[in-house]
Ligand binder design. Structure first.
Ligand SMILES: Nc1nc2c(ncn2[C@@H]2O[C@H](COP(=O)(O)OP(=O)(O)O)[C@@H](O)[C@H]2O)c(=O)[nH]1
Ligand SMILES: [Mg+2]
Length: 505
């Protein structure tokens, strides 16, 4: 994906413009793009980023909701009803084996585009997704089409948001890449709805799915973004045993390690069989409406959560560079220096001893003396000889520098595991700091000068200003938006526990 640096800046400019237009009342996002560009310049000086790269492409600017869950749990039905249009195919058969990225378009028709279209779109979340698909599939970018498609639809509900529908999730038969893609989508999303099916509250055959989906969501800093939804509750109406079904569901979640979280029970009235008994029906409807209202509120709030997320990401990136990254690079540089000095001493020491021995054996010390005298007398051929010796020594020294640096860089992937991005950044920055033209006596990594340190401090204070202004905007105690702010604050999962038991009337 080679792009010129002017191209990346054009993209950022258009992103900034778009955000300013889309959110005239929330200038924080457009300003954040500007701060990201400052961060980019510092990172480029250090060598963490190429000239055509930007941290702005590492975040999702669009608020994203992912709908995941077991096969046939009613995910697509839920999405259709949310959008108020029949966009996704539904049914008990496996109807879709791809992720569908759904976004708004004002054209009055639905367009389905192949996954490869995600690359061409100037908006960033797709870029991020497609890049990771490229990483997971050895076959190259064309394979994106096998995993993902893009649908544009005119529903106002989705304007300014991105919704992702996922294929039936059955880990047993799922290819590794789908699992990894799911993980990636979870990481990018501001809200993740995890669907289960009341017809199989304890899905024995789904053990792996549960384990994968659920255990991956616990102990995360952002565990607040996961909503666990038991769908198709209408099927429990016949026997009127919702509590039993819910506790069976909770047991299987607990087996996967999930004891606390946001739990909901809903059904889709259009897909459901009618509930005959009017009393039962009323009870079911009330419960469903309560839970749907909460889910809908969360789906609306994600725009705010996204703004906090981006401001947080900005501050975190600046912080990571000034503390962790520089610290690590500095200690790598020290290690490198020590090794270069060691190898220099071994090689030049050996050469010195060998030549000493040669002079001694041939008893030709006087040659050395003559050579020195000739140099003092500016004898041309002796000066050329000295020049050759210096060049050879320099060549040996710079070869050692390069080889030691390459050798240390080669070992980095082993230390970073799957974190390809971090590995690439450290490798680039380390190679830049150890480049031949940089004197070895520099203690600090390349690009780590006073002015760049100030810029990072500036970016961090800007990020805090953004968070402050988001707080001012959304935590106004007399304003209507109080609820939003409460949800946007990061709360530990245990504080926001709503167990199904407490919700069952
Ligand atoms: N009884 C009942 N059936 C539902 C409900 N939601 C979806 N369905 C049906 O369950 C089947 C699977 O739904 P679908 O949305 O395709 O599931 P997905 O695989 O999770 O996308 C379809 O036949 C739907 O009509 C519900 O709340 N109650
Ligand atoms: Mg589906």
């Amino acid at each position: 994906m080679a792009q010129s640096s002017t191209n990346i800046y054009k993209r950022l400019e258009s992103l900034e413009k778009h955000l300013a237009e889309e959110h005239p009342d929330n200038p924080v996002l457009a300003k954040a793009v500007h701060s990201f560009r400052k961060l980019d310049r510092v990172a480029q000086d250090i060598g963490l980023l190429d000239r055509n790269e930007s941290y702005a492409t590492h975040v999702t600017w669009w608020p994203m909701i992912a709908v995941l869950g077991t096969f046939s749990a009613g995910k697509s039905t839920f999405i259709n009803s949310y959008l108020d249009m029949h966009l996704q195919r539904t049914g008990n058969q496996a109807v879709d084996d791809k992720f569908t990225v759904i976004c708004y378009s004002s054209d009055n028709e639905v367009k389905t585009l192949p996954g490869i279209a995600l690359d061409a779109d100037p908006r960033f979340p797709f870029y991020q997704i497609s890049r990771s698909i490229e990483e997971i599939s050895e076959a190259g970018p064309q394979r994106i089409d096998a995993y993902i498609q893009l649908k544009t639809c005119p529903s106002e509900k989705i304007r300014g948001k991105i919704l992702i529908d996922s294929p039936g999730f059955d880990a047993d038969s799922q290819r590794n890449s789908t699992l990894r893609l799911t993980q990636h989508i979870i990481d990018l999303s501001d809200l993740v709805l995890v669907f289960f099916d009341a017809r199989h509250p304890e899905p024995g055959a789904m053990k792996d799915t549960l384990a994968y989906l659920v255990s991956g969501t616990i102990n995360r800093a952002d565990s607040n973004k996961f909503l666990y939804i038991l769908n198709q509750m209408d099927v429990t109406a016949k026997e009127d045993n919702p509590e039993e079904v819910v506790s069976a569901w909770q047991r299987s979640l607990a087996q996967a390690g999930l004891f606390a979280g946001k739990f909901y029970r809903i059904y889709n009235p259009e897909a459901a069989a009618p509930i005959e008994d009017p009393l039962i029906r009323e009870r079911y409807e009330t419960k469903r409406e309560e839970d749907m209202a909460e889910i809908n509120t969360r789906m609306q709030q994600i725009e705010v959560e996204r703004s906090y997320r981006i401001a947080g990401m900005l501050e975190q990136t600046a912080e990571t560079i000034s503390n962790q990254i520089i610290h690590k690079l500095t200690s790598m540089l020290q290690k490198w220096k020590k090794r270069v000095i060691l190898f220099d001493s071994i090689v030049f020491g050996t050469l010195l001893i060998l030549s000493g021995v040669a002079f001694w054996l041939t008893d030709s010390w006087n040659l050395l003396k003559t050579f020195a005298e000739n140099i003092m007398a500016y004898d041309t051929s002796s000066l050329i000889g000295l020049g050759v010796i210096v060049v050879v020594m320099a060549y040996i020294h710079f070869t050692i520098r390069r080889k030691v640096a390459d050798n240390m860089a080669e070992k980095l992937p082993g230390k970073f595991g799957h974190d390809h991005t971090a590995c690439k950044q450290y490798t680039q920055a380390f190679l830049k700091s150890t480049a031949g033209f940089r004197p070895m006596c520099f203690q600090k990594p390349a690009g780590w000068n006073g002015s760049n340190q100030n810029i990072l401090a500036e970016v961090r204070s800007e990020a805090n200003d953004y968070i402050q202004s988001l707080n001012d905007q959304f935590t106004n105690p007399s304003g209507r938006k109080v609820e939003v702010a409460v949800a946007a604050e990061e709360k530990p999962a245990t504080e926001s526990v709503t167990t199904p038991e407490t919700r069952v009337e």
